[in-house]
Design a protein around this ligand. Sequence first.
Ligand SMILES: [Zn+2]
Length: 500
Amino acid sequence: MSGVNVLDIARRRGFFWPSFEIYGSCAGFYTYGPLGALLKLRIEKLIRDHYVNKERCLLVEAPILTPEEPWVASGHVESFTDMNVECTKCGEPHRADHILEEKTKKSTEGMSLEKIVKELQKVGVKCVKCGGALGEPYDYNLMFKTYIGPGKSKITGCLRPETAQTTYMPFKRLFELGRKKLPMGVIQLGKSYRNEISPRQGLVRLREFSQAEAQFFFDPDDKEKNPKFDQVKRKKVMVVTKGDQVKNKEGGMMLIGDVVKKKHASEWIAYLLAVSMDLFQKMGIDGKRLRLRQHKDDERSFYSSDTWDVEYMSDTFGKIELVGIADRTNYDLTRHQETSKQSMEVNIEGKKFVPHVIEVAYGIDRPVYSAIESSVRKDGDRVYFSFPPTVSPYQVAVFPLVKKDGLPKMARDVYDSLNDAGFYALYDEGFIGKLYYRQDEAGTPFCVTVDYDTKKDQAVTLRDRDNQKQVRVKIKDLADVLGKVINGQIKFEKAGKLLK
Ligand SMILES: [Zn+2]
């Protein structure tokens, strides 16, 4: 939004900032402050609750630090690389494909290292830092390595570059726990690590980042039809198919039902895309800035039969991929079966096969950033975040009008009762105008003020962040009324006696 520096407010109000600041920071690492950590927690919870409760996924949590073998099996040790090119004068590393894209304004998606080397020589790209000549680009592995154990017994350890493989490894055990039925969904949330070459995009490209990855396991003959598809087929979304991109077309608005009818995607993939669009909008991410984009044949992993992203158009960082949904076939399970010599085959009524997987891979930090950017509002001098109460760091803040005459005690009691009722509540004291201002910048949707009249009418003033209207509500009804306003069961203006 024009005139408002989102990154500046985010830092000042304690959403996030570069880590290790007192030692001069280190690129690709960010610390979430009190508000950002809560926002992130609630966004993770929204995703986790959807997949666990609505899609009936099993929840797992595996180690981040692993031996190296699983990543040999998955192909990461050999080919999880980016192209690095260093300056011959100052040594600054650059992502070869990115600096070529910046120079030519053309996509390098699917280009081989040889082709990138040729193109870089042709257009004559120099170091962005000092203007020096660049060296020879080479493939650089993005995995962080360390050691597990001491002395001669030590083995190579890797920080996982994705959660997915750590969910695939115990597949057989999970299949037993899921009572040997397919399709079966499993979700894992947690940190992953990629030693990015030159991360300069804040929360969008991190060396340590959070993910939520759901894996759906299928009988390969039964991975098209989704029983809940009718629930989403009338949802209208911006769609860019691989065909559009080959013809250099922008894509257009389409019903989810038509994405399947026109054979762009299976019901399962289209359903999971629609679910993701819904979740992003529940986080307060602007739906008009979201689009579904199918990967072109030359950009897809060789083992994947279809891949889609949901992309967000950011003011600051351009196109951001928020989730990737891919049909990974039986590639990963087969690789683990071959390398570990442990069978990944299932036997369902005499039919033996290695299941296929459709993966839904969310970054968490990117949706957090996109929600912050989408929610900044400017209203005269007032700047606030319009986070929906489903994800806002706090849902309600409680203040006494003044710090005397017993009002703080009464306000604390109101705060305690809201906290006990399960709201994300906050208590604060000070000059009332300043308290409102501070909660606007934190994106708190509702404020409650205890004043002198409270002693007489046993009621408080409830204020709405977005329209700044105020209603008077009895303390005994407050939790019930607030819950109904948050769920949309009643309009704010009807929540109590409207104050002028
Ligand atoms: Zn240089």
